[in-house]
Design a protein around this ligand. Structure first.
Ligand code: FES
Ligand code: FES
Length: 174
């Protein structure tokens, strides 16, 4: 059986933010580097590079994922979502993004992409969270600037707005 070189590059096909794309990666390439350098998705940030800070969080098939602990080859054929895919349209922020803006929930912004991705996935699964649950989620993210309080306010505000939108949607389709 021929030996595979560790430098050999492989084609990786993913659906990135709803669009099929292809890039190439050596077997050891991290998902962070694949997203940023191969696919140009530089919204995903790299902080600690060992799974602690949460800056690199994306979703893979809907699951919150540390891109710095994932190899690019592991996402072959997967649905990958990054912060670039959150906005509803180029000129229209998502409810969560708009709440971050309203509550000044970022300063330098380095942690923000990862926090938005975690909160987006979390709010989809937990539409009526309490503050303790939001704090628990944020324990997986390091933010050196905000003190977390405005992030918590933004998350709770976004959850309330999303809940009221779904009530309006449900009653308008009753
Ligand atoms: S860069 Fe991935 S968790 Fe810090
Ligand atoms: S806004 Fe600067 S690290 Fe969070």
């Amino acid at each position: 059986m021929p030996r595979m070189s560790s430098d050999q590059r492989h084609a990786i096909d993913v659906v990135l933010n709803g669009k099929p794309v292809r890039g190439e990666a050596e077997p050891r390439m991290l998902l962070t580097d694949f997203l940023r350098h191969e696919l140009g998705a530089t919204g995903t940030h790299v902080g600690c590079e060992h799974g602690v800070c949460g800056a690199c969080t994306v979703t893979v098939d809907g699951m919150m994922t540390r891109a710095c602990l994932t190899l690019a080859v592991q996402v072959q054929g997967c649905d990958v979502r990054t912060v670039e895919g959150l906005a509803i349209a180029p000129d229209r922020l998502s409810v969560l993004q708009a709440a971050f803006r309203r509550h000044h929930a970022l300063q330098c912004g380095f942690c923000t992409a990862g926090i938005l991705m975690s909160l987006d996935a979390f709010l989809r699964a937990n539409p009526a969270p309490d503050e303790a649950q939001i704090r628990d989620l944020l324990s997986g993210h390091l933010c050196r600037c905000t003190g977390y309080t405005p992030i918590i306010r933004a998350a709770l505000d976004a959850a309330a707005e999303l809940a009221s939108q779904s009530v309006e949607f449900d009653s308008s389709h009753a």
